[in-house]
Design a protein around this ligand. Structure first.
Ligand SMILES: C[S@@+](CC[C@H](N)C(=O)[O-])C[C@H]1O[C@@H](n2cnc3c(N)ncnc32)[C@H](O)[C@@H]1O
Length: 210
């Protein structure tokens, strides 16, 4: 029933400017931190079938071929169990790969029958879990980066506002939140999330709230 009610439209490198920001601004210090032994966590919330999470994974792998040796993981969650199943399998039809640059297609996908499967080392970076964002979140650790794009457009304004607050609580200081092209984080008086680019927000380091 969930599958029938939700819109799962997604594609690789959707809203590519976010991946550019990730590559140029967000990831370099996080990778330095990970190479010093630090823990780095990214979350694709409302991940659909995983193309967003694997786009993040490819962006990381291009910058850090040593990614498998780092304490760096991507969590991908969605309310729809069928999407989670497909994401964990990491298999996509050829048409879905059109948005993936050819050099990345060659590097990170293997032909498997009619479809293409994400290479196993890259799949190892991403953990898929079913999660309704309105429920309690079981994750204990914080995230350096949260992608929640094209998900809250379906939520009532109050539910959106609550979600922004919960994401803020779940971010590390200086962490980033990326939202969809038609979504905006309401800049409430009590929020420490600041605009850091197009539909991009950063949690300021201030510990005390206004
Ligand atoms: C339009 S897709 C966006 C996928 C991806 N984030 C992107 O931008 O390409 C929206 C996804 O949000 C999921 N979703 C909707 N309501 C949700 C909820 N309450 N909790 C978790 N996921 C939800 C849907 O199942 C769907 O896969």
């Amino acid at each position: 029933m969930v599958s029938a009610l939700t819109t799962n439209v997604t594609h690789f490198f959707r809203e590519n400017h976010h991946f550019e920001t990730l590559r140029q601004v967000v990831l370099p210090p996080l990778l330095e931190e990970a190479r010093r032994g630090g823990r780095v966590r990214l979350w694709s919330a409302g991940s659909s079938n995983g193309q967003e999470a694997y786009s993040i994974a490819m962006t990381i792998a291009e910058l850090a071929p040593d990614f498998a040796t780092l304490n760096l993981r991507i969590l991908a969650t969605d309310i729809d169990p069928l999407m989670i199943e497909q994401g964990a399998k990491g298999s996509y039809p050829a048409a879905a790969l059109e948005a993936v640059p050819e050099n990345l297609r060659k590097k990170y996908f293997r032909k498997e029958g009619e479809d293409y499967q994400v290479a196993s080392n890259l799949r190892g970076l991403v953990q898929f879990r079913e999660l309704n964002l309105h429920d309690r979140w079981p994750m204990r650790g914080k995230f350096d980066v949260i992608f929640c794009r094209n998900v809250v457009i379906y939520f009532a304004p109050a539910a959106q506002a609550l979600l922004w607050e919960r994401f803020e609580e779940q971010l590390t200081p200086g962490g980033y939140l990326f939202v969809g092209h038609s979504e905006r984080v309401t800049d409430g008086k009590h929020s420490n999330l600041r605009t850091a680019g197009v539909t991009t927000y950063q949690l300021t380091n201030r510990t005390s709230r206004i």
